[in-house]
Write a protein that binds this ligand. Structure first.
Ligand SMILES: *Cc1c(COP(=O)(O)O)cnc(C)c1O
Length: 436
């Protein structure tokens, strides 16, 4: 098979191999890497008895064909997908929950972070200089990336997070690694953190002195594996019921939802896809017919989705070949404010005895608006374990949220973060001062 090439969404960077695209993070023209074209795959190509790692390896094989990492793909998937993504029934007969929070840091970000780490471990080879992984986080990415790279020789991780805008437990997790993983609390928003990381990655001078890579959802090494759990869930449903599975995805930076849409575009049995957003309305306004207008993020109780300028929007537009009308026909996004999220959390706890995280609640709120159907099912994507958001949930529900053991272990460790001003020059100085 000839190797798939990867190009920039902005079209002004040379085509790259998958390995190079993963190592670089961002394309040199500031765009995001995408495959020259999305491969397709027949659902019958998957082993019906295969586990999640096997499904991911089959799904991703065409992306890796001909690349230096191709032979290692099954091993990479086995290292990344060491925990399950179970589908559980909801109280109504036409709905399920896909639980993506059974990894070490209790959010779906563990899948992508572990896959990226497994790729970079193999790509680093003999380079003697330490590689610095930069990651901007709205709460969960940083911990997942920190956990995935913690203790790995030759790699340092710098996590930038918006000070005061992540949950206390998220902040504790971010600062709890020590060693090669440093947390930086930025006096600004997630979008500031993301802008600073992008500027550093685009700065050729800095890159010559401090080898940098990114672990944000702009990295293909995180985006591609996220398709795995959508494929696995949809195939399982389709084999039993013969219908595609419809998804409602809590959305911030559009990484998780884009993975779902790419899996659908490849030919997997995925039907409708709905985006559930919090009070950050950039996407809902676009899908309601408005212009795409990135703006500052507003803080909400679903903080990991506090994004006003979703970076993967460039990839979304690329996927629809720049045809915004077609994009608006094929996809919907809705905004839920904090009051609606709280109402849904309470109702869900009362009616189902279940506690979900505030992000998952945005998706449940959209499900609530749908009439019960015959023969088709909605799959609500549960993006994090509720115990990460106890300061929102416990006062509301009046009961403690049990903490899963890996999260409890992380919370037992001391935590530390350095303050950082929200500008590119400060990050540049910080990186140079700590390199070498
Ligand atoms: C990151 C995150 C989201 C948003 O995912 P995107 O890929 O940025 O759209 C939603 N919920 C939780 C818990 C998250 O950590």
């Amino acid at each position: 098979m000839s190797a798939l090439r990867y190009v920039s969404t902005r079209g002004r960077a040379p085509a790259a191999s998958l390995s190079d695209a993963i190592a670089a993070g961002l394309a040199p023209d500031g765009g995001l890497y995408v495959p020259e074209q999305l491969p397709t795959i027949d659902p019958s190509a998957f082993d019906p008895k295969g586990d999640l790692a096997a499904t991911a390896a089959t799904l991703l094989a065409p992306f890796f064909a001909g690349d230096a990492l191709a032979d290692a793909l099954p091993a990479i998937c086995a290292e990344a997908f060491t925990f399950d993504a179970p589908l559980r029934p909801l109280a109504r007969p036409d709905a399920l929950v896909l639980e993506l929070f059974h990894g070490p840091t209790a959010a779906f970000k563990d899948f992508g972070a572990r896959f990226l780490a497994a790729c970079l471990r193999r790509l680093r080879g003999e380079d003697a200089r330490a590689l610095t992984i930069l990651v901007a986080t709205s709460g969960d990415t940083g911990a997942a990336v920190g956990a995935a790279f913690h203790g790995q020789p030759g790699v340092r991780v710098a996590i930038l997070y918006p000070d005061g805008r992540v949950s206390p437990r998220q902040a504790h997790q971010l600062g709890s690694f020590g060693g090669n993983v440093q947390a930086l609390r930025v006096a600004g928003s997630f979008d500031d953190c993301q802008r600073m990381v992008k500027a550093a990655l685009n700065d050729g001078d800095l890159q010559r002195d401090v080898p940098l890579s990114s672990a944000n959802s702009i990295s293909l090494g995180r985006l591609l594996p996220q398709m795995g759990y959508y494929a696995h869930a949809a195939l399982g449903w389709w084999r039993m019921h013969g219908t595609p599975l419809d998804f409602i995805v809590p959305t911030g930076n559009l990484g998780n939802a884009l993975a779902c849409l790419w899996a659908r575009a490849m030919g997997l049995p995925i039907g409708e896809v709905r985006l559930a957003c919090n009070a950050n309305t950039t996407l809902p306004e676009f899908f309601a017919g408005g212009d795409y207008r990135p703006r500052d993020a507003v803080a909400t109780i679903a903080n990991a989705m506090d994004v006003g300028a979703p970076s993967n929007f460039e990839r979304l537009r690329w996927t629809w070949r720049g045809n915004d009308d077609a994009l608006r026909r094929d996809l919907h996004a809705e905004s839920l404010d904090d009051a609606a999220i709280r109402t849904t959390l309470l109702r869900h706890a009362r009616e189902h005895g279940g506690v979900v995280c505030p992000h998952t609640a945005t998706a449940l709120a959209l499900l609530d608006r749908e009439p019960v159907r015959q023969g088709r099912a909605w799959c609500v994507v549960a993006t994090a374990h509720p115990a990460k958001f106890e300061t929102v949930l416990e006062p509301l529900l009046g009961q403690p949220v049990p903490v899963p053991p890996p999260l409890a272990a992380m919370l037992d460790r001391p935590a530390q973060a350095e303050p950082l001003a929200p500008d590119e020059a400060t990050l540049d100085r910080w990186l140079r001062a700590r390199s070498g």
